[in-house]
Design a protein around this ligand. Structure first.
Ligand SMILES: Nc1nc2c(c(=O)[nH]1)N[C@H]1C(S)=C(S)[C@@H](COP(=O)(O)OP(=O)(O)OC[C@H]3O[C@@H](n4cnc5c(=O)[nH]c(N)nc54)[C@H](O)[C@@H]3O)O[C@H]1N2
Ligand SMILES: Nc1nc2c(c(=O)[nH]1)N[C@H]1C(S)=C(S)[C@@H](COP(=O)(O)OP(=O)(O)OC[C@H]3O[C@@H](n4cnc5c(=O)[nH]c(N)nc54)[C@H](O)[C@@H]3O)O[C@H]1N2
Ligand code: SF4
Ligand SMILES: [Mo]
Length: 757
C-alpha cells in the first residue's frame, strides 16, 4: 500500500531500549514488532511494547490542556494555559517568596527530551524546592559511585559486563521482570541465560524467589535491609582468606587498610542470623566470586530503597573493586556513551549534603531534597513553605511514600500544574494539566539510558505518527514556561534556546579534548536545528565516537546516526578507569566519610536485629510503575495486585489464598487479596506498587476496573536511609492479619477526593 510505512525506534517504557519496527497505514499504527535488525536487541521485545499503540489510541489521553472547574474539567487553548500557569506561579512567588514553588520529576521524563529542559525550569523557579525522585529510586547509586569514583554520575557508575562475565551476583534486582536498570540491555532474560549456557554462574540474593532467581544457578533468601551486612561479610571473607586482588585498580585505591578494619567487624559467623544466610554459604559466595575468571556484582532497587541503601550500594562496588573485577571485561566497566551526559555537567568531584531540607533536615543531593519531604514542606508553615507544585510526568500519589499524607498536602496547594496526559489519582488534584503527545508521536534519542548500557550504542528513534500541529512537545512546554517565569516575554523560545545552547556549549568545549574547538565553532556548526536535536548533535560530535566538528570526518554526527534507522552498535565495554576517575585524590576512595560515618548504625542494627514482618515491593512484567494500567492489552488475565505471603506466615497468621489480608504500618492500613507462595521468605510479604486506581475523579476507566491497592498508603514518608536521604519503601515494618470485612471497603478507607475551591 502506498501509505504503508515502517518506523523504527526504541520502545520508550523501561530502560532496555528494545528496537521496534512499527507499521503505520493510513496514519494508524497497525502493528508493533521487535526490530530484528536492531543491533542491540535483535528483535527482542516484551508485551509492554504494544502499549506504544494503545497509549497513542487511548481515548482517555488528553490532547489539549485542561483546567479544573467546579463543574468539571474544561479544555483551554495553549496560549491561555501558558498565560494562566505562569501568572499563577508568579503571583504565588511574589506573595510568598522564593521556595514557594516546588518541582517534582517522574519516571517517564527519563525517556523524553523534556528532561533536557528541566534545568532551565529549575532556574526559572528559584528556591530549594526541587524534589528528588531519585530519592525513591537510585540516589544511593549516584552518591556511592560518585564518592568512590568522583562522578559526575552516571559517567563513573560501573556497569556489569553481562555478555562476557563468568559469574554474576545479583543483589536486590529482578532483571527478568524489570529488564534491567542502570544497566541498559535489551533481552535481559536471554542475556542472563547466556551466562549460564556458557558455563558461568548466577547467584541471586533476594527476600523473594524472583523470576530471575528461578533461572539462576543459586538463590538465597535475605532478610530485608541485611544486604550491607551481607556484603561486608563477603569483604571480611576476602581479607580473612587472602582473596583480595585489585587488578586494574592496583595502586589506585585509598583506604584499603581501613576497609579491612571495617570488614573485621562483619564476620559471616556474626551476621549470618541477621541476614538469614548461613556463614558457610556467605564464605562460599565470597570464594566463588573471587575465584571466578571474571565476576560482576549488580545491585539495584533492593539495595537502594532500604534502610541501609548507601552502605549496601557501596558494598556492591567494594566487592567488585576488591576482587579485581573493576574495569575488566566480564567484570564491571564504565560505559563509553556516544552522547555522554558527563560532559553536560560541571565536572567537579562529587559532593552532597551541602545543605539540609527546611523541615526535617534531610541532605541535599544534586541541589535537590528527597521526595519524601514533599508533604512536610507543603504542610509546614514558615519561610520557604511550598504553596505550588509543578509535576512533570509523575503519578506521585501512587509512587511516593505515605500517599495519604501527600494527598492531604497536594489538596491544600494554592496551585498544582501537571505535565501529564492522564487525569489520574494525582493529576485530578491539578488546577491545570498540560498534555504532551504520546511517545509514538515524538522522536527521541535515549541520551540518559545509553550512558549505562552494556555496549556503546547510538540510535535515533523516529516518531511513528505525527503529533497534531498545535500539540507542543514536553521540551517546548518547559522552554515556554521557563521563559515566562523568567520574565523574558520579549524574547522568543528560539532565543532562549540559543542562549541555553551557547552556555552548554561553553561548558563542553572547556572539558573537551578536541584541539582548537571554540564555542563559536560549535554554535555555528550546529546552526540548522534547535531544541533537543541540536544538543544531541553536539553531544555526539564532541563525544568519543564523534566527528569532533569535522576534525575526524568519519566520526559521528546526528545526521549520520539518523542514517542508521536500526541503530549503531559501537562495540563492547572497554577499560576506561584512568580516563573517568574524577575524585579529588585521583584515587578510588574505598571508604568515603558518608559510609564510614554510617557503619556504627549498621552495627547497632545487627545487634538489635528484630524479626517482625516486613513489606517489600514487586515489579510485574505487564506494569510499568502506575503508567500503563489504562491499556486493555496489558490488563488482561487475573488480578495481579496480590499480597504474596509464605506458607509459614500464612499458617501462623491464618491467612488463606484468595482471601483478604489487612496490612498495617505506622502510617496506614490497606486490604489486599492473599497469594500464598513458597516464593516468599518467611517474615516478608510483597505487594506491587503503582496500583490503587479506584478513586473519585480519575478518568481512567480501564485502570478503575482493575484497581488493586496502593502500597504507598503504608510506606512511611518519615522512613529514610539516614546516610543518603533515600526513602525506605522496601522493608516497611507491618502487621498482617485476616481482614474481617473481606475485600470490600478496601478503597473507601483511604480514598479522598479533590477539594474544589
Ligand atoms: N512502594 C514503592 N514505591 C515506588 C517504587 C517501588 O518499587 N515501590 N518504585 C519507585 C520508582 S523506582 C519509580 S521510578 C517511581 C515511579 O513513579 P512515577 O515517577 O510517579 O511514575 P509513574 O507511576 O509511571 O507515573 C507516570 C506519570 O506520567 C504520566 N506519563 C506517562 N508517560 C508520559 C508521557 O510520555 N508524557 C506525559 N506528559 N506524561 C506521561 C502518567 O500519566 C503518570 O501520571 O515509583 C517509585 N515508587
Ligand atoms: N516490568 C517492569 N519493568 C520495570 C518497571 C516496572 O514497573 N515494571 N520499573 C522500572 C523502574 S522505574 C525501575 S527503577 C527498575 C527497577 O529494577 P529492579 O531493581 O530490577 O526491580 P525490582 O523488581 O523492584 O527489583 C528489586 C528486587 O529487590 C528485592 N528486594 C526488596 N527488598 C530487598 C532487600 O532488602 N534486599 C535485597 N537483596 N533485595 C530486596 C525485591 O524482592 C525485588 O526482587 O525497573 C524498571 N523496569
Ligand atoms: S523490555 Fe519491554 S518495556 Fe522494556 S524496552 Fe523492551 S519492549 Fe519495551
Ligand atoms: Mo525507577
Amino acid at each position: 500500500m502506498a501509505d504503508h510505512v515502517t518506523a523504527y525506534r526504541v520502545c520508550p517504557f523501561c530502560e532496555a531500549t528494545c528496537g521496534l519496527a512499527v507499521e503505520v497505514e493510513g496514519g494508524s499504527i497497525v502493528s508493533v514488532r521487535g526490530d530484528k535488525k536492531d543491533p542491540f536487541s535483535h528483535g527482542y521485545i516484551c508485551p509492554k511494547a504494544y502499549a506504544l499503540k494503545e497509549l497513542y489510541e487511548d481515548p482517555a489521553r488528553l490532547r489539549r490542556p485542561v483546567r479544573r472547574t467546579a463543574t468539571g474539567w474544561e479544555e483551554m487553548s495553549w496560549d491561555e494555559a501558558y498565560r494562566e500557569v505562569s501568572a499563577r506561579l508568579l503571583e504565588i512567588r511574589k506573595r510568598y517568596g522564593d521556595g514557594a514553588v516546588g518541582i517534582y520529576t517522574g519516571n517517564p521524563m527519563a525517556h523524553d527530551f523534556a528532561l533536557l529542559y528541566a534545568d532551565v525550569l529549575g532556574r526559572a523557579v528559584p528556591g530549594r524546592t526541587v524534589f528528588n525522585s531519585t530519592a525513591i529510586d537510585h540516589l544511593p547509586k549516584i552518591i556511592a559511585t560518585s564518592l568512590m569514583f568522583g562522578g559526575p554520575w552516571p559517567a563513573t557508575q560501573p556497569v556489569a559486563d553481562i555478555d562476557r562475565t563468568w559469574h554474576l551476583l545479583i543483589v536486590g534486582a529482578n532483571p527478568v521482570v524489570s529488564h534491567g536498570s542502570l544497566m541498559t540491555m535489551p533481552d535481559a532474560p536471554g542475556r542472563l541465560k547466556s551466562v549460564i549456557n556458557r558455563g558461568g554462574k548466577i547467584v541471586v540474593v533476594d527476600p523473594r524467589r524472583t523470576e530471575t532467581a528461578k533461572i539462576a544457578s543459586e538463590h538465597y533468601f535475605i532478610r530485608p535491609a541485611a544486604d550491607a551486612a551481607f556484603l561486608l561479610a563477603l569483604v571480611h571473607t576476602l581479607f580473612d582468606e587472602g582473596l583480595i586482588k585489585l587488578g586494574a585498580a592496583a595502586g589506585m585505591v585509598n583506604g584499603l587498610e581501613e576497609i579491612e578494619a571495617v570488614g573485621r567487624e562483619f564476620a559471616p559467623e556474626r551476621v549470618a542470623d541477621h541476614c538469614g544466610i548461613s556463614a558457610p554459604a556467605i564464605r562460599r559466595i565470597a570464594r566463588e566470586f573471587a575465584g571466578a575468571e571474571s565476576a560482576a556484582c549488580y545491585g539495584r532497587l533492593g539495595t537502594c530503597v532500604q534502610e541501609f541503601g548507601l552502605l549496601a550500594t557501596w558494598g556492591v562496588d567494594l566487592l567488585n573493586v576488591l576482587t579485581g573485577n573493576l574495569d575488566r571485561p566480564g567484570g564491571v566497566m564504565f560505559t563509553n556513551a556516544a552522547a555522554s551526559m558527563a560532559i553536560l555537567s560541571k565536572g567537579k568531584p562529587y559532593e552532597f549534603g551541602r545543605w539540609k531540607s527546611r523541615v526535617s533536615g534531610q541532605p541535599e543531593a544534586g541541589g535537590m531534597v528527597p521526595c519524601s519531604t514533599m508533604a512536610e514542606e507543603i504542610l509546614t508553615p514558615g519561610k520557604g513553605q511550598v504553596h505550588a507544585m509543578i509535576l512533570l510526568m509523575t503519578n506521585t500519589l501512587r509512587s511516593a511514600a505515605n500517599s495519604a499524607e501527600l494527598e492531604k498536602a497536594f489538596s491544600r496547594l494554592d496551585f498544582l500544574v501537571a505535565l501529564d496526559f492522564y487525569i489520574n489519582e494525582t493529576t485530578r488534584y491539578a488546577h491545570i494539566i498540560l498534555p504532551t503527545p504520546s511517545p509514538a508521536e515524538q522522536p527521541h534519542y535515549e541520551f540518559g539510558l545509553y550512558n549505562t548500557a552494556v555496549r556503546s550504542i547510538a540510535k535515533w528513534s523516529s516518531s511513528v505518527v505525527p503529533a497534531p500541529n498545535d500539540s507542543p512537545s514536553g521540551w517546548q512546554i518547559l522552554l515556554r514556561l521557563s521563559r515566562e517565569l523568567m520574565g523574558m516575554s520579549e524574547k522568543s523560545d528560539r532565543e532562549l534556546d540559543d542562549e541555553m545552547f551557547a552556555q552548554r556549549a561553553a561548558g563542553m568545549v572547556r572539558r573537551s579534548n578536541w584541539k582548537g574547538l571554540t564555542v563559536e565553532e560549535v554554535v555555528n556548526k550546529c546552526a540548522g536545528a534547535w531544541g533537543p536535536e541540536r544538543t544531541i548533535d553536539m553531544l555526539l560530535r564532541i563525544g568519543a565516537f564523534g566527528d569532533g566538528f569535522d576534525r575526524r570526518p568519519d566520526g559521528l554526527t546526528l545526521a549520520k546516526v539518523k542514517a542508521f534507522p536500526h541503530g549503531l552498535d559501537l562495540g563492547p565495554l572497554e577499560p576506561r578507569l584512568r580516563e573517568v576517575l574524577n575524585t579529588r585524590s585521583g584515587m578510588i576512595e574505598l571508604l568515603p566519610k558518608a559510609m564510614s560515618n554510617d557503619v556504627p548504625r549498621l552495627q547497632a542494627a545487627i545487634s538489635e536485629s528484630s524479626h517482625g514482618m516486613r513489606l517489600i515491593g514487586r515489579r510485574q512484567l505487564r506494569s510499568h510503575n502506575s503508567a500503563l494500567h489504562n491499556l486493555p492489552a496489558l490488563m488482561k488475565g487475573r488480578e495481579r495486585c496480590t499480597l504474596q505471603v509464605s506458607p509459614d506466615d500464612a499458617g501462623r497468621l491464618r491467612l488463606r489464598n484468595g482471601e483478604a489480608a489487612r496490612v498495617t504500618s505506622r502510617v496506614g492500613s490497606i486490604v489486599a487479596p492473599v497469594e500464598v507462595t513458597e516464593d516468599m521468605m518467611p517474615g516478608v510479604v510483597s505487594l506491587p506498587h503503582g496500583w490503587g486506581h479506584d478513586v473519585e475523579g480519575s478518568a481512567l476507566t480501564t485502570a478503575k476496573a482493575h484497581p488493586g491497592v496502593n502500597i504507598n498508603f503504608v510506606t512511611d514518608n518519615r522512613a529514610y536511609d539516614r546516610a543518603s536521604g533515600t526513602a525506605i519503601v522496601f522493608g516497611t515494618p507491618v502487621t498482617v492479619e485476616p481482614a474481617s470485612n473481606g475485600l470490600n471497603g478496601t478503597v473507601a478507607e483511604n480514598a479522598s477526593s479533590p477539594r474544589d475551591e
